[in-house]
Design a protein around this ligand. Structure first.
Ligand code: NAP
Length: 324
């Protein structure tokens, strides 16, 4: 069954309802990148009909963008590319980005394009998750880049409703990328209502809760060297939350069937909300891509499944998996 297309808010850009997130492909916080596996994952996604790919200038310090650029060579037209800008050179003390004027912001996005080896991206997103002193510079810069044909649309990535309202106030922002999953239903309500009212397409990240919602993790699971998820075991506070998540997952296993994995049910859950344009599960290899794309053709969630979901994490309940 082919993947359905949905529209990215007011941009009019059509994307497959399941895309591919390329954070782990960059390495960095996720430990050593496996470039060959990541390139095969991108190929597998294309073969399955996926057209939407999400990356950022900071994933692996640019490595994820470079890898996607390599994968796109000679076939740029098969990719709808979303990338992000904001965290490079961020001043933590002043809580302010490095982009002090519009020219600097535009030069920054031109660096994104160079790493991606393309002369335009379909979607540029502000990666900053809270209002900082350069928000207006981002808005003006993104609008100029759009007028120049270097980006087709722009959006933001955040879970902070006040900031989302400010960033989208002039009516030109096309998308919101946000953490939303069976374990984090907090965007339901005010944030999704705002998006639906204002033609803002929602891009769901963290739908697998960074692996927790695949059902493969245990209290004593170990992660690869440099993988930031190790903190879920070593940091006492994070460990309490991690164990609570695993307890929820034990109950959510009731969603598994012989022809639908828990991960597939988790992806279907996000796609069921009418505000959602696409979900972008991260994947390390072609096998994970195939499994995730399979969510589109697996049996749909039943009323009994929804009752279970609402019992484990009620509507608007749960917690953000990633602080952004
Ligand atoms: N601030 C932001 O803008 C922001 C923040 C977070 C994410 N994002 C974007 O959203 C994308 C998705 O989020 P995410 O990557 O953080 O989390 P996710 O999609 O919830 O989880 C992805 C991870 O789960 C594991 N996995 C995926 N599919 C699997 C399968 N079928 N079976 C078993 N394991 C599987 C893989 O890691 P292992 O194999 O190592 O377990 C993979 O890296 C990112 O790649 C990025 O593009 C953006």
């Amino acid at each position: 069954m082919s993947l359905k297309l949905r529209t990215l808010g007011k941009s009019g850009i059509k994307v497959t309802e399941i895309g591919l997130g390329l954070w782990a492909a960059g390495g960095g916080e996720w430990g050593q990148p496996g470039d060959e596996d990541s390139l095969r994952a991108i190929d597998a996604a294309l073969d399955a009909g996926v057209n939407f790919f999400d990356t950022s200038d900071v994933y692996g310090n640019g490595h994820s963008e470079e890898l996607l650029g390599k994968a796109m060579r000679g076939r740029r037209d098969r990719f709808v590319v979303a990338t992000k800008i904001g965290w490079r050179g961020f001043d933590g003390q002043k809580r302010c980005t490095a982009y002090q004027n519009v020219a600097q912001l535009i030069a920054g996005v031109e660096s994104n394009l160079e790493r991606l080896q393309t002369d335009y991206v379909d979607l540029i997103q502000s990666h900053i998750s809270f209002r900082d002193p350069t928000m207006e510079i981002f808005l003006e810069g993104f609008q100029k880049l759009k007028a120049a044909g270097k980006v087709r649309a722009y959006g933001m990535s955040s879970s902070d409703f006040e900031y989302i309202q400010a960033f989208t106030q002039d009516g030109q922002c096309a998308t919101l990328q946000i953490d939303y999953s069976l374990l984090n239903r907090t965007p339901e309500g005010a944030i999704f209502d705002h998006c639906q009212r204002n033609g803002i397409g929602v891009i769901v990240r963290g739908a697998l809760a960074m692996g927790i919602l695949t059902g493969k993790l245990r209290e004593d699971s170990s992660f690869g060297e440099g993988d930031f998820r190790s903190k879920w075991l070593t940091d006492p506070e994070q460990n309490i939350t991690y164990r609570r998540d695993l307890a929820h997952v034990a109950e959510l296993r009731g969603l598994e069937r012989s022809d639908r994995s828990l991960a597939q049910a988790a992806l279907q859950f996000t796609l069921a909300h009418p505000a959602v344009s696409t979900v972008i599960p991260g994947a390390r290899n072609a096998h994970q891509v195939a499994s995730n794309v399979g969510a589109a053709s697996a049996p749909a969630l039943s009323p009994e499944d929804w009752a279970l979901i609402d019992r484990v994490v009620p509507p608007r309940g749960g917690r953000k998996i990633w602080p952004a």
